[in-house]
Design a protein around this ligand. Structure first.
Ligand code: HEM
Length: 552
């Protein structure tokens, strides 16, 4: 009722409403700018240059116009700032639609990436407005992160058969539903992203919530829709000052709550059943053994609000949010690359798909028994995936952080960041810097090949910690999952993606399955991606031509 009346009023007084908003915005930003402590170089008094301010009428609402222009200009601004400032060890600033962002130079990354939350914390809580898009308990204690990093990674070998089985079943289930009927030569057309998204969602959920629920279409759709809904909701909130969030958060998250109820309907009976098993004292060995089970057990240990169905369901959706779109985008990008690079292959040369298929035949010949060990020995596959992920970074920036230390933080090169400063590092510009990667914009799929080092006995575990000594000696930086300061696809330091080992296993399995069962028709051009504020999202609409391979 109130919302309806307010909307009617605003619509019938458009000019007045617009002018009132502009005045409120000017007053608010003038006061805020005056009061806000500034980032400054302590020795020289220099402050970071702002990139992206309007050049015409620079006095007319420069910040507001810059924020609006940030929708489609950030990538150009990042390239400019990277060349002019980052490469000289200096920060720069951008007024983006979702707030003021300081972009720090890569030269200070190593001193910052492992600092504890008491000095600086991950900004996701605010960027994603976790308290409103997920829930208060997820925002208060992110205990799912160590569970993913330790428990899930430790169980990868025993989970591989389930991953392989679900992948096989879901491809066989979704291809007939999503692809056109084969033409006379057997070619079918499919929107590849739709297919991979469904397959990855179902396969990941097999490991996250078990066989019972992972094939429930309504639940899967809800978890996908939820992840899609988080970005617009959090971005809309970020357009408003923080003190309005408690008021606006519950309103903006109404559509998300609706989706959550759809997911909860399916999660609730399973969560309750599993809680009952624990309370009845059923021994651990007889209880389900998946991510949701570990999350339930950790939630019960914390007790109170953490142990409610709502909080547990919100945490399951949080993990799905972090896992499913990232992995689907990477898998689909890899298939685009395989298809597009085939059209660049010279006559008589092997296409990348043929090269990877040969490797699969060599490492695990028919009947193709997949296991984690074999997956780790697919060196060409790992190198190909790593290069595809490098070139299809989802964001212009990485490692967003917020200074939490009371007295702020001063970098070793003298830049003072007051408490509350939100900052980040350049990702795309860094990964496309010629001084960092040779021919950086090209897909060189042997760039990260490591078979020459480990052939004859792969004794290294990719979870092995990378130190300056072993990285050099064993070239561990060539593993897809290895995080170095020049490979930024999984973030950095203590907040580097904890699910990357699982993602790597799932992606290798997915591409292997694909190459053994289907051909891809080559594409002349790679479908262009879509850029929006900080994000660079692949073209999810592109159609591909696929054909089943003869088995046997
Ligand atoms: C190819 C697939 C994936 C990519 C490219 C990716 C990328 C990333 C990146 C860039 C970050 C941010 C790190 C930072 O801010 O420094 C991140 C964090 C995270 N990822 Fe992934 N991710 C992938 C798959 C997964 C999977 C499969 C899971 C779960 C099983 C997962 C769970 C998480 C979680 C929970 C965080 C938050 C970590 C923290 O705040 O400390 N990710 N991921």
């Amino acid at each position: 009722m109130i919302v309806q009346t307010t909307t009617d009023f605003v619509l019938s007084h458009l000019t007045e409403s617009f002018l009132s908003c502009l005045i409120l915005y000017t007053v608010y930003s003038t006061i805020w700018n005056y009061r806000k402590p500034k980032v400054v170089h302590l020795a020289t008094g220099e402050t970071p240059a702002v990139i992206g301010l309007p050049k015409t009428y620079p006095w007319l609402f420069p910040k507001l116009r810059s924020r609006l222009a940030s929708f489609n200009n950030i990538y150009a601004w990042m390239d400019e700032g990277y060349a002019r400032y980052s490469k000289h060890g200096k920060p720069f600033m951008i007024y983006a639609i979702d707030g003021d962002m300081v972009v720090m130079p890569p030269s200070v990354l190593s001193e910052i990436k492992n600092l504890p939350a008491s000095i600086m914390d991950i900004r996701a809580l605010e960027t994603l407005a976790v308290r409103y898009t997920f829930d208060n308990y997820v925002a208060t204690d992110m205990f799912h992160i160590p569970i993913i990093r330790k428990d899930l990674t430790a169980k990868l070998a025993s989970m591989t058969p389930a991953v392989v089985e679900e992948l096989d079943l879901s491809f066989k289930h979704y291809i007939p539903k999503l692809a056109t009927k084969p033409d006379e030569k057997g070619w079918q057309t499919v929107t590849m992203y739709d297919l991979i998204l469904k397959v990855v969602a179902r396969t990941s959920h097999r490991v996250f919530i078990g066989e019972e629920l992972c094939r429930e279409e309504e639940y899967l759709d809800a978890s996908i829709d939820y992840a899609v809904g988080v970005f617009p909701t959090s971005m809309a909130l970020n357009c408003f000052p923080k003190f309005l969030w408690p008021l606006l958060g519950p309103i903006f998250s109404i559509p998300l709550n609706r989706i959550r109820r759809r997911a909860r309907k399916h999660l609730e009976p399973v969560i309750l059943k599993r809680i009952a098993l624990i309370k009845q004292g059923v021994p651990e060995s007889e209880r389900p053994n998946d991510l949701m089970q570990w999350l339930i057990e950790a939630s019960l240990t914390r007790g109170g609000g953490f142990a409610t169905v709502d909080a547990i369901a919100a945490r399951v959706l949080t993990v799905a949010f972090a896992a499913i779109h990232t992995t689907s985008l990477s898998g689909c990008n890899t298939l685009y690359d395989l298809s597009w690079l085939a059209s660049k292959t010279q006559p008589g040369e092997q296409t990348p798909s043929e090269m990877l298929r040969d490797e699969i035949m060599h490492v695990f010949p028919p009947p193709h028994e997949f296991n984690k060990r074999y997956m780790q020995r697919l060196y060409n596959m790992d190198a190909f995936l790593k290069e595809s992920v490098r070139l299809s970074l989802i964001g212009a920036i990485h490692s967003e952080r917020n200074v939490t230390a009371k007295g702020g933080y001063t970098t070793s090169n003298g830049w003072y960041l007051p408490k509350g400063t939100q900052f980040t590092f350049p990702a795309k510009a860094r990964m496309e810097d010629e001084e960092v990667y040779e021919r950086p914009k090209e897909h060189l799929y042997t760039r990260f090949y490591r078979g020459d080092i480990v052939e004859g006995g792969n004794t290294f575990e990719e979870q092995e910690e990378v130190t300056p000594q072993n990285e050099k000696e064993r070239k561990l930086d060539r593993y897809m999952v290895t995080v170095t300061e020049d490979y930024l696809a999984f973030g950095q330091g203590i907040h580097a993606c904890p699910g990357r080992f699982f993602a790597a296993l799932e992606l290798r399995t997915l591409i292997s399955w694909w190459l053994l069962h289907y051909d891809l028709k080559s594409m002349e051009e790679r479908p262009p991606s879509w850029r929006f504020v900080w994000l660079d999202i692949m073209n999810t609409e592109a159609k591909m031509q696929i054909r089943a391979r003869k088995q046997g």
